[in-house]
Design a protein around this ligand. Structure first.
Ligand SMILES: C[S@@+](CC[C@H](N)C(=O)[O-])C[C@H]1O[C@@H](n2cnc3c(N)ncnc32)[C@H](O)[C@@H]1O
Length: 265
């Protein structure tokens, strides 16, 4: 029982556990200093009734009720609360990754600083084939930002420098072989086979999580994703022999996660 005897997991096997519920409540059940790494892909709060372009068609931006959000102040408070709990449950050597677009990432960055993390990098995830901008009145959004931070200024964090520098990253035209990994990563959206068990509206690509997990964890480390969605983090964690805990407020996404996690050889 990796988080608490007070809560039954929705799904468990040898090396991964999924919990159904609001992460603000679930995080409070976790003892201090538990996780080696936390990857968080929180709601971007951009489901405002606007439209975007998908396969040449205009589609609503509404991802789900979980992405509606409230006032700027309410959204900021939400980010501050979960970030604060994540800091408490991170091991002293642990690190936190947070992903977002301009709709959310500046609020997260402010909250990360206020809560007392120490920022290590901001990574630009460049999307080579991003959807065109329908209005033609501003630039085409083609990146997301990832913030990487350690627990506090004094702590010693893990960074697998040689793996980042020397592994085969041939899918990324920016990364040159045997040169240092830079802070701009070119990674395509999820491949068709990554959606074989169903779709999540904001599913992250396996290649993105592979790089994050390989950079900042070792085999058997324990990873948390408090907004797990379809559990891309868990799928990569299992593939790379890490242990994984995921939370989500939507049962449907945990059911999809289970199918994906069980398919990992
Ligand atoms: C941006 S998506 C994460 C997608 C995920 N990275 C993936 O690859 O599938 C955010 C997820 O957080 C969940 N969520 C939103 N608010 C939540 C909350 N308060 N507690 C737990 N999960 C929440 C949503 O149901 C959604 O699946």
């Amino acid at each position: 029982m990796p988080i608490s005897s007070l809560k039954e997991p929705y799904f468990a096997n040898n090396d991964c556990w999924l919990y159904l519920g609001d992460c603000l409540e679930l995080l409070r059940l976790v003892p201090d200093n538990k996780f080696d790494m936390i990857f968080a892909d929180p709601p971007y709060f951009l489901s405002t009734g606007t439209f975007t372009c998908q396969n040449g068609k205009a589609v609503s931006v509404k991802k789900g009720d979980w992405d509606l959000g409230g006032s700027v102040k309410d959204n900021y408070e939400f980010h501050k609360q979960w970030l604060s709990e994540c800091k408490r449950i991170l091991k002293p050597s642990g690190t936190l990754w947070v992903s977002g677009t301009y709709h959310s990432i500046f609020q997260c960055a402010m909250a990360i600083s206020e809560v007392g993390y120490h920022v290590l990098n901001d990574i630009i995830w460049f999307k080579p084939n991003a959807s065109p901008n329908l209005s033609c009145r501003f630039f085409t959004a083609s990146h997301e930002t990832l913030i990487w931070a350690r627990k506090d200024k004094k702590s010693k964090h893990k960074f697998n420098y040689d793996v980042m520098k020397n592994a085969n990253w041939s899918g990324d035209f920016i990364k040159k072989p045997n040169m240092q990994m830079r802070s701009v990563w070119s990674i395509n959206p999820p491949r068709k086979e990554e959606k074989e068990f169903g779709k999540h509206p904001t599913q992250k690509p396996v290649d993105l999580l592979k790089r994050i997990i390989m950079a900042s964890t070792d085999e058997h480390d324990l990873i948390l994703d408090p907004f797990t969605g379809s559990s891309t983090t868990g799928v990569v964690a299992r593939t790379l022999r890490r242990k994984f805990v995921g939370f989500d407020i939507e049962r449907e996404y945990l059911d999809l996660s289970i199918k994906r996690l069980e398919s990992v050889k």
